[in-house]
Unconditional design. Structure first.
Length: 181
């Protein structure tokens, strides 16, 4: 992955966002009673919970807890308990045809959380393991994610799953706002 002005800008913004999250985390720890804090990220429709990080991969964005560690290109993020998220970008000719193809490929879907113009999110299970397949369209592209949460060992597993799923989407072409391409 080559780093140009845009790549450096993303790196700078992500580092800044992590610093802000760290400062907010310290502030939250200092307050009593403890309150949940979220930070609205400028230029995109994402709010980061204190202690979370925003990552980018191939034109997609997503948020995960700060304890999760991305691989070199952030296409895979691993939690200490083995939970994980894999992200890819696909080109599609039609969102509705793509959804039909994906649902047919997976066959029986255990739970469909959303099947709309804005997102396809369903659960698949296999031998005691539950995975969440999440697709979010962006014109002729789709941000596609496979999320596995270890419910027995992930604190607030349901909330963590929902927050991650809600954060998946296209990365803006220009970010932070005002950066010239």
């Amino acid at each position: 992955m080559t780093k140009g002005p845009r790549g450096n800008a993303f790196t700078l913004v992500v580092a800044t966002a992590l610093l802000v999250v760290a400062v907010v985390s310290l502030a939250v720890d200092a307050q009593k009673p403890e309150r949940k804090q979220e930070i609205k990220i400028p230029g995109i429709d994402v709010s980061l919970k204190a202690g979370w990080q925003l990552l980018f991969y191939e034109g997609c964005r997503f948020a995960v807890p700060a304890s999760w560690r991305p691989n070199v290109d952030a296409s895979l993020v691993l939690a200490p308990d083995g939970s994980n998220l894999s992200v890819r970008m696909f080109k599609v000719t039609s969102w509705s045809a793509h959804k039909a193809h994906i649902k047919a490929a997976f066959g029986r879907l255990d739970v469909v959380n959303e099947d709309s113009e804005h997102r396809l999110w369903f659960e698949i299970s296999d031998k005691g393991r539950v995975q969440h397949y999440i697709d979010v369209p962006n014109g002729t592209s789709v941000c596609s994610a496979l999320l596995e949460i270890r419910a027995a060992t992930t604190p607030d597993a349901e909330d963590t799953t929902k927050r991650i799923a809600d954060s998946i989407g296209p990365a803006p072409e220009r970010w932070p706002p005002g950066v010239i391409k």
